[in-house]
Every structure is written in C-alpha cells, then in structure tokens.
Write a protein that binds this ligand. Structure first.
Ligand SMILES: [Zn+2]
Length: 389
C-alpha cells in the first residue's frame, strides 16, 4: 500500500494559494514578475520549510523543494505558479500544490522515495507579462542549466483545460505528448479596382482568395486527420474600404496536431488549396511559415507507468494528447517525461470559471504520488539495499 495524500491539506493549500493575487473579478492575477507572483513564491518557500523540507530558488526564479538529506538524481515533479491575467486557480497551481503534497506525504511516512524527489514551481510559463521572454521561461532555463543533468525525469499533474475528459466522463488521463504548433501568414496580390464598375468576371479580388482560403481551413484539417485543429486568427484587406475591390489581402493561420508528419500534410494541403483558389480568382498568393513548435512525444515507459497507475485508481481513464502547451514539453527534450490530466468542468480554463470537483483533484494527486513511487522504485530499491548491506 502506498501512502495516502491528505485530501483536506491539499484542498486547503489550493484555496490559500488562490487568495494570493485574487481579483475582484473572481480571477487570479499572478502574472510572472508581479508582486502577487513573488508573494506566492514566498508562500511556497514557507510551506516547504514548514514541512521540514529544504527550499531554494535558482537565478531565474524557479522555486525548488527537496528533503534535507535529499540525494540526486531527482525525479522532478511540479508545474508553474504564475497565471494569465484573470486566470483560474488550478492552471499550474494545482500541479505545484499536489507535488508539494506528494513530497510532504512521502517525507512524513519516512518513505525512501522522498529523498529522490524534487518539487518545482516554474517561473513564467504563461509568457504574458510586459517583459516576458515568451513563456516556458523557467523550464527552458532549467534545461540549459547543469542541474538538468541531475534529474532522472519529470512528472507534471495538470487540469486538462479543454472539454474532452468532462464530456466523456473521464476521471484521469495519461498524457502521451503535446501537439506541435505551426503558424503561417498568407499574402495575396490581386488588382485594386472600382467596386461598382468592375464586373465580377473582370476582378482579381485578393479579398476573395483570403476569405475562401480561411473558410477551407477547417475542412483541410478534418480531411487530413480528425484530431487536427486549425484557426484563422487575423485577416486584413488593402486598401480596406467597401468601394474598392481589394488589391492585397492577408491572413494568419495556426494549426495544431499530435505529430509533425500530420502537420506536414496539413501544410501541403493548405499550399495546394491557396494556389488553386488564387488561380481561380486571377490572383497570386505567397505562403510563409512564421513559427513552428515541434510536437512533444513523452517517454513511452513513463507514459505506460502513469497509464497503469491511472487504471489502478479509476476505470474511467484514457491516454490523451495535450492541445495546450506545458513546461513538460520543454522538459521532455532533456529527461523522460509524462503528464497526468484531471478534467476541467465545462472545459473552461484561463478564466475564473476554471474548476474541477474536489474528489478528482484528490484522485489526481494520489495518481501523481503512485506514479512517483512506480517511477522511482528502482532508485528506492538501491537505497534500501545500500542501507541493509
Ligand atoms: Zn498551465
């Protein structure tokens, strides 16, 4: 039997952290670098020290906790403690508080695994502050730091931030990876002309190319693979007035998919469709890739372990890919990594409506503890053998 986390302490700590940066709008305002963000990190330090643990910060602001006699390599567990402006009380915070609860529980139980675990509250995952370097800042800095060499792996517990688990009545999910994200800018050149005197047949309407292409994005995604999502987030017409047929137009599109191979297929189709529509409208289009984040594939053995633990705790569990970015995508480039999801009620996140039933928050934290024990079992066995030798 593995030790059991203390549900009331987990929930009380979540409530306490939610008060730091709480706004009158019901949302949490703890943007990285804000006074509330620093206050939260001070409180996390204090909470770790009160539990008899050693707490320290690195030069970027990541908060770490481990036992006093801790001994590497460490299995890192945690998430981020910053929020978007008016964010929810669980995004990031849940993973940090649950990680502290897991280490605290194992430490109190005198479990040998406690000495091989390190808790982290990452700095600036969200990337929304004025001087931010674009998000995932703390985890990226850690992966460049020599301390990354001392880590045996990374486990992150997080809310799903979407509706899939809630819709399907799932309680836990083992996350297999994080979608890749590509962004494109499509620019179209047509011929500006009088909107009244130019017959349809004589137009080279750049605006029509952009709107027809924008409308095709969803179909292209679904035809390539049912799990792909795409979004046209910005469009523009030049000169942008109702009595002139647009001579120029542009759109920006983002596509997310579980593998880079699927993203390649979507890109190919987007280019083909743009060329076809541009030709039909007597225009020319250029297609520019503006950014590409590769898909993250988590460690197969870690995912199998987490999936096994989830099945032991609940029969309503599945493997899922994450459509949102997480610190785990960065860590997975350096150490074996996996994630656990619990559902987000109604799929809300980055919103004050973000919530998850208490019993599932408790279940997720227990799944993290059990996963930690399963992953560190070889290390712990060595420690026990060393002690008895
Ligand atoms: Zn998050």
């Amino acid at each position: 039997m593995s030790p059991t986390i203390r549900a009331e302490r987990l929930l009380a700590d979540l409530t306490h952290l939610a008060q730091i940066g709480a706004g009158s709008d019901g949302g949490i305002h703890r943007v990285a670098g804000s006074a509330a963000d620093f206050a939260a990190r001070d409180w996390l330090d204090k909470t770790l020290r009160c539990a008899g643990l050693h707490s320290y910060r690195d030069q970027v602001g990541n908060v770490f906790g481990r036992t006093q006699r801790g001994n590497g390599p460490w299995l890192l567990i945690g998430s981020h403690s910053d929020t978007v402006p008016g964010g929810g009380h669980l995004d990031g915070a849940y993973g940090v508080i649950a990680a502290i609860e897991v280490l605290r529980t194992l430490h109190e139980a005198g479990h040998p695994a406690a000495d091989h675990i390190e808790v982290v509250a990452f700095w600036d995952e969200e990337g929304v502050g004025a001087g931010s370097m674009g998000g995932l800042v703390g985890s990226s800095a850690l992966c460049r730091h020599p301390h990354a060499e001392e880590l045996s792996g990374y486990l992150e517990l997080h809310i799903e931030q979407g509706p899939r688990m809630d819709d399907q009545g799932l309680e836990l999910a083992a996350v297999t990876g994080i979608v890749g994200v590509r962004r494109y800018r499509i620019s179209v050149q047509g011929v500006e002309n009088h909107a009244g005197t130019t017959p349809f047949s004589a137009r080279s309407d750049a605006g029509r190319v952009v709107t027809r292409t924008a409308a095709a994005v969803q179909d292209i995604c679904q035809e390539v693979n049912g799990s792909v999502v795409g979004n046209v987030g910005a469009v523009g017409f030049g000169p942008g007035t109702p009595n002139v047929v647009p001579g120029t137009a542009w759109l920006e599109v983002e596509v997310r998919a579980a593998s880079d191979a699927i993203l390649d297929l979507v890109e190919q189709q987007l280019r083909l469709v743009l060329d076809r529509i541009a030709a039909e409208e007597g225009c020319s289009g250029t297609f520019t890739a503006t950014s590409a984040k590769p898909a993250a594939h988590f460690d197969t053995a870690f995912v199998d372990t987490v999936d096994g633990v989830c099945h032991t705790l609940s029969d309503r569990t599945e493997r899922l890919v994450s459509y949102a970015g997480h610190d785990a995508s960065v860590l997975s480039t350096r150490v074996p990594t996996a994630m656990i999801f619990v559902p987000s009620t109604g799929g809300f996140s980055h919103s004050s409506r973000e919530s998850t039933p208490d019993h599932l928050l408790v279940l997720g934290a227990q799944a993290l503890l059990d996963s930690v024990l399963a992953v560190t079992a070889p290390l712990t066995r060595r420690t026990l053998q060393g002690a008895s030798a």
